[in-house]
Design a protein around this ligand. Structure first.
Ligand SMILES: Cc1ncc(COP(=O)(O)O)c(C=O)c1O
Length: 335
């Protein structure tokens, strides 16, 4: 009971139908924060001549909210908002709100929508008013939405296939910014595996080394050493960073290095990381079973369990990475 009223029931993640994966259909919540105001979900609309809709010059984030004993908690909110502003900067977007405004609005949005667990999607875009490639003079607008969302990939392990498309060349864009237009690269790679037995694509970089998945960073384990491709062509993943911080605490060595497909095929273990994918074991790459085909390697399992404990608020040493929605301070970030 709060202020004499019954606490409303929280929105739960819907039933997850296949291989533990939610079907990714949208489940509406009550409110979306649009340009400074909470508006009903159905009223958060834009004009068809919105600049970002035509040219892809916008930025977004994907942030997870987890169910914990202390109510819903947002994972690494500050890191996500920092990356959002870094990406906006890359596009010369002058966001009319501060990082703290956005963090506070996200906490309030999750609270108002009574979301128990799910996903938060901030979007910063060039709005209506100018046409032509350069968005100079177009208004910078912001939308924040959240909804219940379950697993993105089968948690028990995925079969992946190398794409014919390569990850964006670092001199073609600001590769480590999370820019809307970059996702055409991932959409095309995703089309190649859609309707096949493969669960996800894998993109190489312009040198032929492994880059990442369409929405995931990539890791292998060989002889106890954890390796992941260096920054340069990939997104600077926040889950990747978490795993790199966590691995040494669990006694494992981790390195950033160029990885060839041959090395990946011969790995003892492989896994994807990402806000959506969390820590997802990779069972096979291009039909080559990884580590003799065991579904989840032992080091992957340890990292995944430790990650799960953090995000669900069961690891006091990492509690600072969570923003508890019902307990959030006015600053509203995770420090
Ligand atoms: C292209 C790409 N790589 C990697 C990731 C993983 O990043 P993070 O762990 O920050 O979600 C994502 C998801 O945001 C992505 O879109």
């Amino acid at each position: 009971m709060e202020g004499g009223r019954a606490t409303p029931k929280l929105l739960e993640i819907p039933f997850q139908p296949k291989d533990g994966v939610f079907d990714l259909n949208m489940q509406a919540t009550e409110y979306i924060w649009h340009n400074g105001k909470f508006v009903p979900w159905a009223n958060a609309q834009v004009h068809v001549l919105t600049h970002t809709l035509h040219y892809g010059g916008g930025t977004f984030e994907g942030i997870r909210v987890y169910k914990t004993d202390r109510g819903p908690a947002i994972f690494r909110l500050d890191d996500h908002i920092e990356r959002l502003f870094y990406s906006a900067d890359a596009l010369q977007m002058k966001c009319p709100y501060t990082q703290s405004d956005i963090s506070k609005a996200i906490v309030e949005l999750v609270r108002k929508n009574r979301l128990e667990a799910g996903y938060v999607r901030p979007l910063v875009y060039y709005g209506y008013g100018k046409m032509g490639v350069a968005p100079v003079g177009a208004p910078v607008e912001v939308a924040l939405a959240c909804w219940p969302w379950g697993a993105y990939l089968p948690p028990g392990g995925v079969d992946i296939k190398t794409s014919k498309y390569i990850r964006i060349h670092p001199q073609s864009s600001v590769a480590d910014a999370k820019i809307v237009g970059h996702y055409v690269n991932g959409i095309l790679a995703g089309f190649e595996i859609h309707g096949t037995k493969y669960h996800e694509a894998l993109l190489l970089d312009y040198k032929g080394n492994i880059a990442e998945g369409p929405g995931e960073n990539f890791f292998i384990v060989k002889n106890g050493m954890i390796s992941t491709p260096p920054l340069g062509t990939i997104l600077k993943g926040i889950t990747r960073k978490t795993i790199m911080e966590l691995a040494p605490l669990l006694g494992f060595k981790v390195e950033e290095k160029d990885l060839t497909l041959g090395e990946a095929y011969g790995a003892d273990e492989a896994f994807f990381t990402g806000t959506a994918a969390e820590v997802t074991p990779i069972r096979s790459i291009d039909d080559q079973p990884i580590g003799g085909g065991a579904a989840v390697g032992p080091i992957t399992a340890k990292l995944r369990d430790a990650f799960d404990a953090i995000v669900h608020g069961r690891d006091p040493a990492h509690d600072h990475l969570l923003t508890y929605v019902n307990l959030a301070s006015p600053k509203a970030g995770n420090g």
